[in-house]
Design a protein around this ligand. Structure first.
Ligand code: 3EB
Length: 336
């Protein structure tokens, strides 16, 4: 990370990274790119021990073979910090760790352990503020010792995060999604300065959900807004058909989609009105990731999404188990 990098980061391209979806066929050229910060594959392993490669074990729907590409304006430094593989620039730390349930038994303990590693890694490498996390967890609906595994995840995450001062204020955007394979993983983005927590006026903040959903509330915010000098990023959490704290439109995927878009609209408006984010409409979002529960028809969701957003926002469809059994789909988004 020499001077040339710093100059370029603080110059015209104030944004410390950009994200795009590209075809897997581009892989060989992508791997040679100097500024490659992270490369995420879905439902397929990518050969190599490069710390920047992340394999999310959720099948892609719709016949495509997509990579999510994170590019920095300069060459990142990559390495290993304990079990965490990382890639970093002067501005951001991208890290990924396997979700290990072998060594530490039980979902709650495994989660506590994973997040303790993340916090320690952030401290050691000097990126104290989380901006966003992605949590891909095997079998989230299975019960273990009388508790659904997603709820045990919430318990473990809460137990470690509540040890940091003023923790609710610092909660960040997240995705938590169930996989059908044995190996889970968590990846995260951290920075030198904190982002701003954004909530949704249509939804009870997840960290204030009543206890019937989990013994400790889910520790995430609806979005994180991060300003990078003249640019800003909005990282939007997985967003579902929840109004207040209750699931709406049980059993009806297209009505759930409409409710999700209403939620995203309200969230974007909140970011604009409270924090001056330049976004007027959802078709200005940079990327969408749509998670569909098994059995939900991709084509009809894609069609309705196109009707509502005009088809101009790059969208990736993945199959996954959304945290609540009655949620049929969920959408996360990125805006730059
Ligand atoms: C919800 O709004 C739906 O526990 O980290 C979405 C995004 C959901 C993140 C998490 C859960 C999480 O409650 C579920």
């Amino acid at each position: 990370m020499g001077n040339s990098c710093q100059q370029r980061v603080s110059g015209l391209h104030a944004s410390p990274f950009q994200v795009s979806y590209e075809n897997t066929a581009c892989l060989p050229t992508l791997l040679k790119e100097e500024g490659l910060l992270a490369l995420i594959s879905f439902g397929q392993e990518i050969e190599g021990r490069d710390p920047r490669l992340v394999a999310v074990e959720l099948p892609e729907l719709g016949g495509g073979s997509t990579l999510e590409v994170w590019r920095a304006p300069c060459a990142p430094e990559t390495g290993y910090e304990g079990e965490i593989r990382y890639s970093r620039t002067d501005a951001v730390l991208f890290g990924c760790l396997p979700f290990e349930e072998g060594r530490v038994p039980g979902m709650e303990q495994a989660t506590y352990h994973a997040y303790r590693s993340i916090l320690a890694c952030q401290q050691r490498l000097g990126y104290p503020y989380l901006l966003r996390t992605w949590n891909y967890l095997p079998d989230i609906h299975r019960e273990e010792e009388g508790l659904e595994r997603y709820r045990a995840f919430c318990l473990g995450r809460h137990r470690i995060l509540e040890t940091t001062p003023n923790f609710e204020h610092h909660l960040v955007a997240a995705t938590a999604m169930g996989t059908r394979t044995s190996q889970g993983l968590i990846y995260f983005l951290a920075a030198l300065e904190p982002g701003v927590r954004i909530e949704n006026p249509r939804q009870v903040s997840a960290f204030h959900y009543p206890p019937r959903y989990a013994p400790r509330s889910p520790s995430f915010s609806r979005a994180t807004l991060k300003s990078w000098g003249s640019k800003a990023h909005l990282y939007i959490s997985g967003t579902a058909s929840i109004v207040g704290h209750e699931t709406r439109h049980v059993g009806n995927p297209s009505a759930q989609l409409d409710e999700i878009l209403n939620n995203l609209q309200a969230l974007a408006e909140n970011a604009r009105c409270l924090h001056g984010l330049k976004i007027q409409a959802l078709n200005e979002l940079s990327l969408l990731k749509v998670y569909l529960r098994q059995g939900v028809d991709r084509a009809s969701i894609a069609q309705r999404l196109q009707q509502r957003l005009g088809g101009g926002v790059p969208t990736l469809f993945l199959q996954g188990d959304i945290c609540r059994n009655d949620l049929l789909l969920e959408i996360e988004a990125f805006h730059e």
